[in-house]
Design a protein around this ligand. Sequence first.
Ligand SMILES: [Zn+2]
Length: 194
Amino acid sequence: MIRERVAEYSRFFSLLIDIRKLRLDKHALLYDTYQHTIKAFDEKTAIETAQDEVSFFDADVRSKANGILKQHGFSLEDLINWRHTLLTNGSFNILGDSKKRRAYVARLDDNLLNDTEDVYKLVNIMSWFIDVLGGDGVTVKQLLLREMTAHCVICGKGYEPKRRTQVTCANPACKKAQQLKHKKEMRRIGKYVG
Ligand SMILES: [Zn+2]
């Protein structure tokens, strides 16, 4: 069991190394082109040339990203699940619906949040990669805020809780469905105690 889990993690981390490498390649290209061009020309030309180089890089980055994904045997959905796993390992434990915690995170600067913890750095890189693949490339902050919202146990939609014990959204159909679930549960328990 543990051996399986370790194998899963090592497979994911070897994928992550290639994702990071792709991202670093982009930054290195940007930096090198700028450095070389500024020696021969002015800063304006250097910035423009570097941006041109990066747009060539971006043009085929998706096929490179797809190649990495295939090579490691992961799907886009797997990536999104792993991003969620990493996110839950950060200090801002995503479970729960603390209003105060949400208000706090909402005020944080994106770059600051991304740099505070290793897991958030990794989540940020993964979001970039997911975005390259045409997926949901949201920021760490957006992910945290999204997860901190309470979700209806019936329909799964996010809602603003009015009571501490509230488990469904305001939709009457969801409330009714939840009551029915309670009734059924009571009947089930009743069979044993009654
Ligand atoms: Zn609902």
